[in-house]
Write a protein that binds this ligand. Structure first.
Ligand code: SAM
Length: 333
């Protein structure tokens, strides 16, 4: 069965890695920058909903050949919509999204859907989202099997700090980081990264540190909304990271440091930060974090000056800004 996994620009490679982490048997049919088309076993469809790096999950309902003859196309669409009619409950709202489908074909699809579902299509977010894509020379109709709203809206989010991270980016950082036992986020805010990490991997201990008591205490509502398995592995410390003395060394740092756009974070801050990272981590430590494109050069220099080197880098977009998810390792001493 064909499924579409839609993510943020540049992250489809990480979606593919997450499919392997979660043991979803699949074959990649086609990959775009922000979209992965996979052939997946229908038994594994429910697993797709739990993917953390994905914004929308859609499965194919049917395809029709693109025919220039409008009458035949209308008839084909009507037949196919009738076949899938029972999937859609009565009195529901159906929303259509279109990709690469001409205005003329959009009108035809909408008209036939209206006729078959006996519904009036209004501009609203529906109970059901169908999307029409023109792909591999066919018109393909997909059904959104997420929660009918983007999956980055996590069910556990009760509170967001002022600079809270998009959970899709947080989950993508976790894929890049890989599985480790002793992990820290020294700028944890409302716990987006710790929650996503503990949902994806099974660390023995995840230390969440932040200087803001407000973020940590209000963010507890988020932690408590995830299952108790996550909560039990988390240690919370409210202090200045630069004054923190760890009891043991960390194997992995996954974090979202103060970003700079509002704070004008300086080279001095990043130098101190990498110096501190070197103090608290093991020789094999992995560090993963997002960085705004315009700061990347000087941040990489700060990392190198303190004994870390870039081993992987993925370019995406965050709040309209070009952003890199960067993975560092420690240079041999
Ligand atoms: C970009 S935000 C992280 C947001 C977090 N990822 C979330 O989703 O809520 C950076 C965080 O660093 C914290 N911070 C700034 N300076 C700090 C310091 N010296 N020590 C510890 N935390 C600090 C801020 O309170 C803020 O929560």
């Amino acid at each position: 069965m064909l499924a579409v996994l839609e993510t943020l620009p540049g992250l489809s490679r990480l979606v593919q890695e997450e499919l392997n982490i979660k043991n979803v048997e699949h074959r990649v049919v086609y990959r775009e920058d922000s979209c992965l088309y996979i052939d997946v076993n229908p038994h594994d469809i429910s697993k797709l909903r739990s993917l953390q790096t994905v914004n929308y999950v859609e499965i194919e309902l049917f395809d029709v050949d693109y025919v220039r003859d409008t009458k035949t196309l209308r008839k084909l669409l009507r037949e196919k919509f009738r076949e899938v009619k029972e999937l859609i409950k009565e009195n529901s709202l159906v929303t259509f999204r279109f990709y690469e489908v001409s205005k003329r074909i959009q009108k035809i699809i909408l008209r036939e859907a209206e006729r078959v579902f006996k519904c009036r299509l209004v501009k609203a977010r529906g109970d059901y989202v169908l999307s029409a894509r023109f792909l591999f020379r066919k018109i393909r109709i997909f059904l959104d099997i997420g929660t009918f709203q983007p999956l980055y809206r996590r069910w556990y989010t009760r509170y967001k700090s002022r600079a809270s991270l998009n959970p899709i980016l947080a989950a993508s950082l976790c894929v890049l980081a890989g599985s480790h036992k002793i992990v820290i986020d020294p700028f944890a805010g409302s716990y987006t990264i710790p929650i996503e990490y503990c949902r994806m991997w099974r660390p023995e201990k995840f230390t969440c540190l932040d200087i803001s008591f407000q973020y940590l205490s209000k963010g507890l509502h988020n932690l408590q909304s995830v299952n108790s398995g996550v909560y039990s592995r988390i240690e919370i410390l409210c202090c200045d990271f630069f004054l923190f003395t760890p009891r043991e060394k960390y194997e992995c740092i996954v974090t979202d440091p103060p970003r700079g756009i509002r704070l004008e974070v300086s080279r001095e801050f990043y130098n101190r930060m990498f110096r501190k990272f070197a103090e608290i981590c093991t020789d094999e430590c992995i560090i993963v974090m997002p960085m705004f494109g315009r700061y990347i050069k000087f941040i990489e220099e700060c990392a190198r000056d303190n004994g870390f080197d870039v081993v992987d880098k993925v370019c995406t977009v965050q709040g309209g800004y070009r952003t890199f998810l960067v993975k560092f390792v420690r240079l041999p001493r």
